[in-house]
Design a protein around this ligand. Structure first.
Ligand code: FAD
Length: 452
């Protein structure tokens, strides 16, 4: 147990976290003339990791070292002369005293970048937190945020497939995914590809509730069911129970479902609800029910915080000397004009770069971003842009190669879903950005010129 108070150590630059935002900040600092010390604090022993590659690590399609885009081992820290405080998580930041605390002591800083990313949200389901923390080889319930999460999940899958840890006798292995989020549908697809019978459990009435308009969601759901996925939509998982001993034949995880006020009606043919069984069993459970900014170390009341730390276009917070970037930062959403967390790899990198330039005294600012994503849902490609919850008009197009659901507010396009043909998604995103920044008012012309 360390209890050293290191107040004599003044860190010119401290960075909390080692994801994409932190790594880009380091690169920008060095590229913009900062030659002094950079101290970077992590809660893990790894190089900067890209969490969106976790599903590829689990599937085995990506060699582990490729999940570290800035180099594996200590290469990144060495090349950029970073003093890496590995496995030394920050437990408190007092922005008034300009101090950060870890288990090894308290450091004073001149400027501090908070880039600690997000942690998986754990819904209030009885037994879930304990199941996620279950130690050792018998663990069967996982989140999917860190590289260690991905590796632990892969080990469990390998164990189950090798049949060494009491998989259900006969029949296919079963996996349940809690949360039909982007991460949820991606890991569901991986598990399906590895031979599991997969059930997607979603509290809302449709898949990808934050990204897919219900019209697009219905198409995706029909496709998923056709591919053999089981969907439990509008379903409230109430409890998770682990068996005493997984080595007993037939031992499985118990999932208890309860009533959810306002949940989808299983009898409604417009939804994709399943049988509504109150209890079922599974061999593996992956939790993808969203995430929360990792900010529990901030002393209360010192910094303007909404869901994340509110920042300007140079990633400055309201507290002097404190910056934030990535999944902890609420920068500008160019479409809505509001300050929101845009939890994307590209956004984290842009924000990290802007913070690094700003701290190095070469500010150029990052005006903001637009929520967008693209993924396979089963074998169908799906892209989403903008928002799907604040519109007044819906139009749909289907030209054979590409189906689109377009969402409008006051005559302005604010959200878009594209199914099947996502080659065009990049063009549409550019057009969206240009509209949001006032560079063009005519998205249709951009789209038409691309298609012709
Ligand atoms: C499964 C999954 C799939 C995704 N898919 C996509 C996708 O398809 N497209 C896309 O654009 N984005 C995707 N994302 C989101 C994207 O990965 C994130 O938006 C991005 O990585 C955020 O980068 P960051 O640097 O802010 O945070 P992170 O990458 O989370 O890095 C933060 C780091 O700080 C560390 N840390 C946390 N607390 C502390 C502390 N107190 N002290 C020290 N260190 C700490 C964390 O362990 C972590 O290593 C996905 C994310 C996940 C989990």
């Amino acid at each position: 147990m360390y209890s050293v108070l290191v107040t004599s150590t003044l860190l010119p630059i401290a960075i909390v976290g080692n994801g994409g935002a932190a790594a880009e900040a380091v690169l920008a600092l060095r590229a913009n003339g900062w030659t002094g010390d950079i101290h970077l604090f992590t809660d893990n022993a790894h190089a900067p990791y890209n969490p969106m590659l976790g599903t590829y690590v689990v599937s085995g399609k990506l060699p582990l070292e490729k999940a570290f885009p800035f180099g594996s081992g200590s290469a990144f820290y060495d090349a950029n002369r970073v003093t890496a405080h590995l496995e030394e998580p920050v437990t408190r930041i007092d922005t008034e005293a300009r101090e950060l605390t870890t288990a090894r002591g308290t450091y004073r800083y001149e400027r501090c970048l908070v880039a600690s990313g997000a942690r998986p949200a754990v819904p209030p389901v009885a037994g879930l937190r304990e199941a996620l923390a279950h130690p050792g080889a018998e663990r069967r319930v996982f989140a999917l945020q860190t590289v260690d999460d991905a590796l632990a999940l892969r080990r469990a899958i390998d164990g189950l497939r090798a049949g060494v840890r009491g998989a259900a006798a006969g029949g296919a292995l079963r996996a349940a995914v809690l949360g039909a989020s982007f991460a949820g549908v991606k890991i569901a697809e991986v598990l399906h590809g590895l031979g599991f019978q997969v059930t997607l459990i979603e509290r809302e009435a449709s898949v990808l509730p934050l990204a897919a308009h219900p019209e697009a969601a219905r198409i995706l759901e029909a496709h998923l069911k056709g591919e053999g996925f089981r969907l439990r939509l509008g379903a409230a998982l109430a409890g998770v129970g682990l068996p005493e001993d997984f080595s007993v034949p037939g031992a499985a995880i118990r999932l208890d479902f309860g009533a959810l006020p306002g949940a989808a009606d299983p009898g409604d043919p417009g939804t994709a609800c399943e049988d509504g069984a109150e209890r079922e069993e599974t061999d593996l459970l992956v939790v993808c029910a969203g995430n929360r900014p990792a900010l529990d170390f901030l002393a209360p009341g010192q910094v303007d915080v909404g869901r994340g730390i509110l920042v300007d276009d140079q990633m400055r917070s309201s507290a002097p000397g404190l910056y934030a970037a990535g999944d902890v930062a609420q920068g500008k959403n160019l479409l809505s004009g509001r300050h929101e967390i845009i939890g994307l790899w590209s956004s984290a990198r842009y924000q990290g770069r802007a913070a690094g330039r700003s701290i190095a005294g070469q500010p150029s600012g990052y005006p903001g971003g637009i929520p967008h994503n693209i993924t396979h849902v089963g074998r169908m490609l799906f892209a989403s842009m903008g928002c799907v919850d604040d519109y007044d008009t819906v139009t749909t197009t289907d030209d054979g190669g590409s189906r689109q659901v377009r969402l409008w507010r006051d005559g302005r396009l604010v959200g878009l879903n594209i199914l099947d043909d996502c080659l065009s998604a990049g063009v549409m995103k550019q057009a969206f950005s240009r509209m949001a920044t006032g560079a063009t008012g005519d998205l249709e012309a951009t789209w038409t010129s691309f298609r012709s």
